[in-house]
Ligand binder design. Structure first.
Ligand code: SAH
Length: 334
C-alpha cells in the first residue's frame, strides 16, 4: 500500500483512525503470515563500544557501565541452550567492540553454523567495512541488522557525534545488500528532536532500501546519557508506525521489540496486534544482562532463557498468535 506524505502525516500524528489502521495491518499480516510469530534468540555479545551515540546507555562516554564481552564458548553455549528451546535463528548483537577481530567473528559464525547447520546467524555489530561484512558473509552469516536510526542528516547529527554520519550508515546498508545479506534496518520512534517529517523520511528511505526486516521501537531515556532529560517515545505512535510499516511492506519481518515491552507491560502484545510478526527473546547469560542496558528499566534482565521463552510463548498465544520454531525467512521479496 502506498501513502502520500499527507496521509502519513495524519496517521503518524493522530490517533483518530488508529483502531482501523491496526485492523487493516493485522489483516495484511494474516494474509501473508497467518498467525505465525517467528522467534530470534538474541545474544548480547559485548557492551564495549567505540561510539558515543547520545541516546545509548552503552556509549563509550558512560563511565558507569561495567563492561563485559562474551567469549566464544559462552556464545556457543547460549546457542546450544537456544537450540534446545526451539530457536533456529541466533542474533549476535553488540557495541562496536574493536577487540573482536574479523577473524574471531568469522570463526564464531562458522562454528555456530557447523554445530547448527539448520539455523540462521544474524549479526548486529554496527558499521564495518565492505570487506569485513563480506568476510562474515562468507563465513556463514545470513542476516545483518543495522538500523539507520534516522534518515535525515541534520537529525542524525543531533543524535550522534561528528565522528559518525548518516552517509556512512547508509553506505553500510547498501554494502550489506550488495553482498547478499538479508538486511534489517529501522529507527527509534520519539527520539530527541525528531519531527513527523523525519519519520516520513525514514519510511521513504526504507522504500528505497527495501529491507527484509524492519525494527522500530520507542526511544527510552537512559540516566547516564546526554539525553537523560528527554521524554520517552509514545507507545501509540510507535504502534501506528508498526501498522504503517506492515501496510507499506506486507512481507517484512517486523519485531515487537524489547523497547516496546519496556515502555508498556503489554507493549509487545499490542505490537503483534498492530502488525508485528517477530519476537526476539533474550538468550544472553543472565549474569551480563543488566550490563547491556541501552535504556533504563530494560525488561527481562533477570530471567533465564527458558523462562523468557515460556513467558513469550504465553504472551504471544494470549494475543491470538502462535510461535513457530522454523528458520523464519521472509515469505517473499517485497
Ligand atoms: N552497535 C549496534 C547495535 C546497537 S543497539 C549497531 O550500531 O547497530 C541496537 C539498537 O538499539 C540501536 O540501533 C538503537 O536503535 C536502539 N537503541 C539504542 N539506545 C536506545 C534507547 N535509549 N532507546 C531505545 N532504543 C535504543
Amino acid at each position: 500500500m502506498n501513502f502520500s506524505d499527507n496521509e502519513l502525516k495524519q496517521l503518524i500524528e493522530s490517533n483518530e483512525y488508529e483502531q482501523e489502521l491496526f485492523t487493516k495491518a493485522d489483516n495484511v499480516r494474516r494474509a501473508h503470515y497467518g498467525t505465525d510469530v517467528y522467534i530470534r534468540g538474541l545474544i548480547e555479545i559485548s557492551n564495549y563500544c567505540r561510539n558515543d551515540c547520545y541516546y545509548c546507555g552503552i556509549r563509550k562516554g558512560n563511565q558507569h557501565v561495567e563492561r563485559y564481552r562474551l567469549n566464544k564458548d559462552e556464545i556457543l553455549s547460549c546457542c546450544k541452550e537456544g537450540y534446545r528451546l526451539g530457536f533456529r535463528t541466533f542474533v549476535l548483537q553488540g557495541g562496536e567492540d574493536a577487540t573482536f577481530s574479523d577473524a574471531w567473528i568469522c570463526d564464531t559464525v562458522s562454528e555456530i553454523k557447523r554445530l547448527h547447520p539448520d539455523c540462521a546467524v544474524t549479526l548486529s555489530l554496527g558499521e564495518k567495512s565492505y570487506d569485513s561484512y563480506k568476510a562474515y558473509y562468507d563465513a556463514g552469516a545470513d542476516r545483518y541488522l543495522l538500523r539507520h536510526e534516522t534518515a535525515n542528516a541534520e537529525h542524525y547529527h543531533l543524535l550522534h557525534p561528528n565522528s559518525m554520519s548518516l552517509e556512512n550508515r547508509k553506505n553500510c546498508l547498501w554494502d550489506l545488500k550488495k553482498i547478499g545479506y538479508e538486511v534489517g534496518s529501522g529507527f527509534m520512534v520519539g527520539s530527541p528532536h525528531q519531527t513527523t517529517e523525519n519519520l516520513i523520511e525514514d519510511l521513504r528511505f526504507l522504500q528505497e532500501l527495501q529491507p527484509d526486516m524492519i525494527g522500530i521501537g520507542p526511544y527510552i531515556s537512559h540516566q547516564n546519557t546526554p539525553f537523560r532529560d528527554y521524554k520517552n517515545g509514545d507507545l501509540h505512535q510507535c504502534l501506528r508506525l508498526i501498522a504503517i510499516l506492515r501496510l507499506m511492506f506486507p512481507y517484512a519481518l517486523i519485531p515487537a521489540t524489547t523497547a516496546l515491552g519496556t515502555i508498556d507491560s503489554e507493549g509487545r502484545e499490542l505490537g503483534l496486534k498492530a502488525g508485528a510478526n517477530v519476537v526476539m527473546p533474550n538468550l544472553s547469560p543472565v549474569k551480563v544482562r543488566k550490563q547491556y542496558e541501552l535504556y533504563d528499566h530494560k525488561i527481562c534482565t533477570n530471567e533465564e532463557a527458558a523462562e523468557c521463552r515460556m513467558c513469550l510463548e504465553n504472551r504471544v498465544a494470549a494475543a491470538g498468535y502462535h510461535i513457530v520454531t522454523h528458520i523464519g525467512n521472509a515469505k517473499n521479496k517485497m
